[in-house]
Design a protein around this ligand. Structure first.
Ligand code: ADP
Ligand code: MG
Length: 731
């Protein structure tokens, strides 16, 4: 437990720290290398690797894009080439790098060391490249197996490049893999994501072919994630047991200057932070992660990193590397990076914006409005498909972002609400309205979207009316899923979103097959218009361009019948609702038992994380707040006694004492009730989760409020925990 000594010494150290530099690589003349010269230096992809014949590269590409099976001799070639490359760069070990349902990544290292004729050599065999056998029983599996069936397999994902992880004294080759059980059940995030990408590719390619784009052979999901995080000085972090144990402060009084002035957003980046960001970018660029944008976020101490979009599976792997790199590099700069969705109550939380679209192998972005009527109709139809997908599967999308951390954000007055809606912007809404009502849209403004047949619609593509309060927003040429939590893997929300969109695509394909007989452009255009009208009429209720934070929206959404699953505990049972999950099961994106597994894992995780918060909070009150309070009472009491002894009145001191005493009594009583609630939670998991969400967690907030009252009254010298002010402003 911290003492006030550690708080004060942490403060002394924090204010004296200076920027840390790192060794940027230079050329022979001593000039800095350009980023393009070291970008991707720690990445190995068969498509660019020396030592692999061009013909083999082509075949491997087919394996990775079309899913044909991998030849043993090709795996041999890649294994040899990658070993040579990695070992020449100083790698000593390799590992299968995968994403179990813990939400983070897992790796088990093996040395390249092997023996040939009793002589030591470096080797990675084809089998070791292609398949691994980690002990599956130690990873969350939601009861899908008993522990004695401990076998699970990792298998090489050819679509995501291998990379070298730099350790203090050597490098490890990481092979991105999927992780499945002995029976082929997905025990990870990646497997369903790959399935959803394949499914969406098949259906949207068929769609494109049907509307006359016969040369389209493949549609990829594109994604770029924006990652928000806080940086606080390491010393303060270790003096706050709540941050160490739970990633967020469980109590704390808001400093007087927090973000009211909005002066942090896009402000000048503090020197120590900039030094840290520079190193983060450098490390990511070496790993082939296209880190692009860095800036201050809204809250003090909050920052953002955005990467350039790319194919969704690689992007999901990239985002894991982004999170890990931010954390690692931050420590080198004596910061701790907080990725939690809500590290400080009352200050903006952190999210992760998932920018999402689809692109054809012929170079078309399907969410980019075009220049002529035909491509505009295609754009509107695809956009309507996505909107209907969100409309129909809004509950599943809510589950996809559910976590105890994100519950603090969703619905708080700063993050998208837990009600799913789609922001289209007023122009696009106007166009859809006209299509729905069979009217001609009358354009205003300068940019026009030509829909043919005298339908000239205005679609202003500037970003001025973008809306920060929407959980799912159209932003010009992509959708932005904004309700995703900052700690979570983007793979799960991506899988659900892809699947939801694929479901509507599959119906659209059936519809077009009925409507298009000759394949003439007029016929196709009419069919696309009809499809758009049908979908947009169905999903009209999900479109909302107003203020998502407002009370009016809450009421309006209820009138519209949109689901409002407030907490994780409310959202999770959707995974067991076959009406909702039918499509996932039919397409095999998630099997029934895989959904149950996820329900169990997520539910257990929710309960465990909340329970850790509860016991940490109790510890903080009993070991820090109450002892400090008694010390203050003692001090006040002594003053009152001295005054009495010398015959002076002490009405002010007595008043202070009484007030403070009342606050302590309130805290104690609240804590007592809270402790008994924690001790008497129901055992059954679903009931326990709901009780935690609806009763016990709100009570923990009351404990925090009572403690914050005390923090506001107690002298600074007696308060032991680093304050919000110190953590957010001293660096
Ligand atoms: P904005 O500032 O409007 O959000 P940016 O161009 O800065 O737009 O992009 C924000 C994020 O969206 C970046 O990560 C970017 O790579 C990503 N992005 C841009 N276009 C697409 C697309 N077609 N598909 C997926 N992500 C995209
Ligand atoms: Mg953005």
């Amino acid at each position: 437990m911290p003492s006030k000594q550690s708080r004060l010494s942490a403060k002394k150290v924090a204010v004296k720290r200076t920027e840390k530099t790192f060794k940027r690589p230079v050329d022979a003349k001593g000039d800095f290398l350009k980023a393009s010269e070291y970008y991707g230096q720690n990445v190995f992809h068969f498509s660019t690797a020396p030592g692999i014949p061009e013909s083999v590269k082509l075949e491997l590409k087919e394996v990775s894009t079309l899913g044909s099976s991998l030849k043993k001799e090709h795996a041999d070639l890649v294994a040899k080439a990658v070993t040579e490359w990695a070992v020449s760069k100083g790698a000593t070990h390799f590992c299968h790098w995968f994403q179990p349902l813990t939400g983070s990544t897992a790796e088990k290292h093996d040395a390249f060391l092997d023996f040939e004729n009793d002589l030591p050599i470096e080797k990675l065999s084809a089998t070791q490249l292609v398949q691994g056998e980690p002990d599956a029983s130690s990873f969350p599996n939601g009861g899908s197996r008993s522990t004695f069936e401990a076998r699970g397999y990792t298998s090489w994902d050819l679509t995501s490049p291998m990379f070298l992880l730099e350790g203090p004294n050597g490098l490890t080759l990481c092979i991105p893999t999927a992780f499945v059980s002995y029976y082929g059940d997905a025990l990870d995030i990646k497997t369903p994501l790959l399935r959803s990408i394949t499914n969406l590719n098949e259906l949207s390619t068929e769609f494109m072919n049907l509307i006359g784009l016969k040369d389209v052979k493949k549609v990829t999901v594109t994604c770029g994630a924006e990652q928000e995080y806080f940086l606080i000085d390491k010393g303060f972090y270790f003096a706050r047991p709540d941050l160490v144990m739970t990633g967020r402060t469980l109590l704390g009084s808001l400093s007087h200057k927090n973000q009211q002035l909005d002066d942090h957003y896009f402000g000048r980046i503090p020197g120590r932070v900039l030094a840290c960001m520079e190193e983060i970018d450098y490390e990511l660029h070496k790993l082939g992660v296209p880190a692009k944008t860095r800036h201050n976020e809204v809250a003090p101490g909050q920052f953002e990193l955005a990467q350039i979009f790319r194919d969704a599976n690689v992007s999901a792997d990239n985002n894991q590397l982004v999170m890990a790199t931010i954390k690692d590099v931050a420590e080198k700069h004596d910061f701790i990076a907080l990725l939690h969705e809500k590290p400080f109550a009352g200050v903006n939380g952190s999210g992760k914006h998932l920018n999402w679209s689809m692109a054809t192998d012929t170079g078309l972005n399907l969410l980019e409005p075009g220049k002529e009527p035909h491509s505009n109709l295609r754009f509107l139809a695809v956009t309507a498909i996505v909107i209907e997908a969100v409309h129909r599967r809004s509950k599943l999308l809510r589950v996809a972002i559910a976590s105890q951390g994100n519950d603090h954000r969703l619905g708080a007055n700063e993050a998208p609400p837990s009600i799913m809606s789609v922001f289209t912007g007023s122009n696009l809404e106007g166009i859809f309205q006209a299509i729905k009502d069979g009217n001609t849209f009358s354009p205003t403004g300068d940019v026009t979207l030509d829909l043919g047949a005298h339908q000239l619609a205005n679609l202003s593509m500037d970003n001025t009316d973008r809306n920060r309060t929407s959980p799912f927003a159209f932003t010009g040429n992509k959708f932005e899923f904004r309700a995703v939590g900052s700690t979570q893997s983007i793979g799960f929300p991506l899988s659900i979103l892809n699947a939801a969109v694929a479901e509507v695509f599959s119906e659209a394909v059936e519809f077009l097959k009925e409507e298009i007989k000759t394949g003439s452009e007029t016929e196709i255009n009419t069919a696309l218009m009809k499809l758009t009208k049908k979908l947009i009429t169905k999903s009209w209720n999900i479109i909302f361009n107003g203020d998502g934070y407002s009370q009016e929206w809450l009421e309006e959404a209820q009138k519209r019948g949109l689901p409002n699953l407030k907490t994780t505990a409310d959202a999770l049972p959707t995974l067991l609702d076959s009406e909702q999950t039918k499509y996932l099961e039919e397409t095999g994106i998630f099997k029934k038992n895989e959904l149950e597994m996820r329900y169990n894992v997520l539910c257990e995780r929710y309960i465990t994380l909340r329970e850790i918060e509860f016991s940490t909070l109790i510890g903080l009150i009993e070991k820090n707040v109450l002892p400090s309070s008694l010390a203050y009472k003692k001090k006040l009491g002594e003053v009152i006694k001295i005054q009495k002894d010398i015959g002076l009145e002490s009405s002010v001191e007595t008043e202070m004492y009484k007030k403070f005493n009342f606050a302590v009594e309130t805290l104690y009583a609240t804590l007592t009730t809270f402790k008994s609630m924690v001790a008497n939670l129901p055992h059954e998991e679903d009931k326990r989760a709901l009780e935690i969400a609806n009763v016990v967690y709100p009570m923990s907030e009351k404990v925090a409020t009572a403690s914050n009252e005390i923090e506001d009254m107690i002298p600074n010298t007696l308060w032991e925990l680093p304050t919000f002010y110190e953590m957010l402003f001293l660096r």
